[in-house]
Design a protein around this ligand. Structure first.
Ligand code: IVH
Length: 693
């Protein structure tokens, strides 16, 4: 126990906490363990509870929140909180520089320099410090008036509640604590602009845990920051993993001489202990080419940073020149945001259409003015669901930011509201299905809207597409075109009709010549023989994809026995949880579904699975071994041999390499046998395979 007088002890504890919070949250270089930190924290909390008169409103203990507001008070900003004009290509940057130069006299033109920094993807906040104390924090609001969210901001750990932060270690028992050990005096008044943000990791973890608890998730880091800071109960904000970057001093008083450039003011803010992003670069005017090169590679920087960027910002460095250049409308002339490159591009959202999926879920899709992203022209993108559109306030006619990464469906990231001209229209989910005209339904608590009409032709087309698709029965020559045509012609009412098509009629149809019909028929015929796991996958039962289907069909010998299974025995299968078990049982409990399976069977579709997998038990004698099959085997067909190997845990690939463990060779083995011999890969015949497992 300390012998210090209580007031001094409290000051010392608070100073120690501030110092260690700064090391932890801003310098990312803690000196003490979490447990030691907690011990100091709890002692201060206890002393404050016992001596409320001595507790400071900016004590480090306020980080846990507690204040509950009824509503947010409106606060007028000391000056307009400007937004930024956008540039989408290097040409825009050159044009921006030309404009600056035209606006400045020649001697000033040569003194131009620029600072490039990340454009943080979060929520703008305005922070007020008076004589070193954090006294007020607001949202940007409309740029003129914001909302007072001080209690919530106090819970953001990287926001210093007092500045300057002690930069020297403070012995826990030092007494009395002198004024901070920093060489920088506190400014009498400081108003700064910053961005509250969240790291990608924290954001994902938060959304995952919310999802597990059935709570709301956020569409992107910006919504997360806004949602977390606009909570009326600050103790909930305290649990949100928000961080802060400060990037502009709006008002700075009591500092002599004041910093003359943006670069220097960032250094000054950093010196006060405020979180200033280290990823800033300064370029002189004759390095403008290098600046652009840096900008066009900004996604390299993004890939390296643990938080999302919304582009880069380029600012004229000299504060005097900034002032001279002034602003147009809401945008300063002296700064610009560079947004594109890499996987994202901005384009016009021409329309929003909805598409009915195979489950009846209706998804809104963006119709875009075609735009090149990473070498591919994109003219459509997903918009997920109704809430996504309303939360992001995406309007038809907006310029939107679109992302395309790899092979995934492009998505609309957000609108760029600063580019609106007033003609944009908010969007609403239509009341009826665009395909069947029946009313759409959004079940309570769900984000998805459904067409619940079982007879909706669009749903049936999607079901057929999925059934004949790669992961399911994989019928060559049967694609979306055939699915649409055959449903439209009334040839297909249930999935079983795929095996009972009116070939006479089809062969009379345009584009369906003899050869084509023959091939399609043969492909459908071949699909009948696929293991039942494929058929089960193709049914599109909720939660039952190909992996689950295979797990289940490795245990039940055929579909009729699976239909008879109860939840308990299904959940006993490794990898099958109660949700999947219930979904299967509910599906097979419905008479039309049972009738469907019976009809498949009557049409000669294979009902048996890979029960040999079960017969082989868990021993899996071929586990980890890779086989290549070649030539004609005496009794097994190629497919059969493949199934045999896979049922025992082995893998079959198409070509021989050094990684091949065995070549299974029959008669007329050709080049694969030669290659195996050359590489020293052992060769087995059918008997040899049976002996292995
Ligand atoms: S400077 C007048 N710098 O981007 C100066 N803004 O699209 C304007 N933002 O509302 C702001 N990172 O919230 C600036 N390093 C950065 C920024 C940044 C993110 C945000 C800011 C602003 C928006 C404009």
């Amino acid at each position: 126990m300390s012998t210090q007088p209580t007031a001094e002890r409290m000051v010392a504890l608070a100073a120690a906490l501030r110092y260690h919070q700064h090391r932890y949250y801003i310098l990312d270089d803690p000196e003490i363990s979490d447990a030691e930190f907690d011990a100091i924290f709890q002692e201060l909390q206890r002393l404050e509870a016992e001596n409320p008169a001595l507790a400071s409103p900016n004590s480090p203990t306020v980080r846990v929140g507690g204040q509950i507001a009824e509503r947010f008070e409106k606060v007028r900003h000391p000056g307009p909180i400007l937004s930024l004009a956008n540039a989408f290509a290097p040409e825009d940057m050159w044009a921006w520089r030309d404009r600056l130069r035209r606006l400045l006299p020649e001697d000033e033109q040569n003194r131009l320099a620029y600072v490039v920094e990340p454009k943080f993807d979060g929520l703008t906040v305005v922070l007020h410090y008076t004589n070193g104390d954090f006294v007020l924090g607001t949202t940007r609001g409309d740029g003129e008036v914001g909302e007072n969210i001080t209690p919530n901001l106090r819970t953001v750990r990287s926001l210093p509640l007092t500045i300057p932060i002690e930069t020297e270690p403070i012995p826990q028992n030092a007494a009395p604590i002198p004024s901070p050990h920093s060489s920088v005096p506190a400014p009498t008044r400081l108003v700064i602009r910053g961005e509250a943000y969240v790291t990608v990791e924290d954001f994902d973890a938060f959304n995952r845990s919310q999802e597990e608890q059935g709570e709301r998730t956020y569409a992107n880091p910006r919504n997360f920051a806004a949602g977390s800071l606009r909570l009326l109960d600050s103790s909930i904000s305290a649990g949100r993993p928000l961080r802060l970057w400060c990037y502009q001093a709006l008002i700075l008083e009591g500092v002599d001489p004041p910093p003359a450039s943006h670069w220097d003011s960032l250094a000054y803010l950093r010196g006060l202990g405020l979180p200033v992003c280290p990823e800033v670069r300064r370029f002189s005017d004759d390095q403008f080419e290098a600046l652009i090169d840096y900008l066009t590679h900004w996604h390299d920087l993004r890939a390296r940073l643990p938080y999302e960027l919304d582009g880069m910002v380029v600012k004229v460095d000299s504060l005097a020149l900034q002032e001279r250049l002034g602003f147009t409308g809401k945008d300063p002339r002296w700064a610009v945001a560079y947004k594109t490159g890499g996987e994202e591009a901005a384009t016009k959202l021409l329309d929003i259409t909805v598409k009915v999926g195979r489950t009846g879920a209706v998804t809104p899709n963006a119709v875009l003015a075609p735009v090149a992203i990473g070498g591919v022209t994109v003219s459509a993108a997903t918009l997920h669901n109704e809430d996504y559109i309303s939360e992001l306030d995406i309007r038809v006619g907006d310029t939107v930011l679109v992302k395309r990464a790899g092979d995934v469906i492009p998505k609309v990231l957000r609108p760029l509201p600063e580019l609106r001209d007033g003609s944009e229209q908010p969007w609403q989910m239509p009341a009826t299905c665009p395909d069947c005209g029946q009313p759409l339904v959004r079940p309570e608590g769900e984000v998805a809207t459904y067409c619940v009409n079982n007879a909706c032709p669009a749903q049936l087309v999607r079901k057929v597409e999925y059934f004949v698709g790669k992961g399911s029965l994989d019928i060559a020559g049967f694609g979306s075109r055939q699915a649409e045509l055959f449903v439209e012609q009334g040839f297909i009412h249930t999935l079983a009709d795929i095996f009972d098509l009116p070939w006479e009629t089809i062969s009379q149809m345009e584009g369906y010549g003899e050869k084509r019909v023959e091939n399609l028929r043969a492909a459908i015929e071949a699909a009948k023989a696929r293991p039942a796991a494929r058929l089960l996958t193709g049914l599109g039962i909720r939660f039952v994809g190909s992996t689950v289907a295979e797990l289940v069909m490795a245990v039940y010998p055929d579909l009729p026995s699976l239909m008879a299974a109860d939840e308990e025995s299904l959940s006993a299968i490794e990898g099958i949880g109660p949700k999947i078990a219930t979904s299967l049982v509910e599906f097979f409990a419905r008479q039309p579904n049972r009738a469907l399976i019976e009809r498949f069977a009557a049409l000669g579709v294979r009902m048996t699975g890979d029960a040999r997998k079960m017969a082989a038990g868990t021993a899996q004698p071929l586990a980890g071994l890779t086989f290549v099959i070649t030539g004609t085997l005496p009794t097994m067909g190629r497919d059969e041999a493949k199934e045999y190997i896979e049922a025992r845990g082995g893998k079959v690939t198409g070509s021989v390499s050094a990684k091949t463990d065995f070549l299974l060779a029959g008669e007329k083995a050709g080049s694969k046998l030669e290659k195996a011999e050359k590489l020293g890969v052992p060769v087995l015949d059918e008997d040899g395979l049976r002996q292995k497992g």
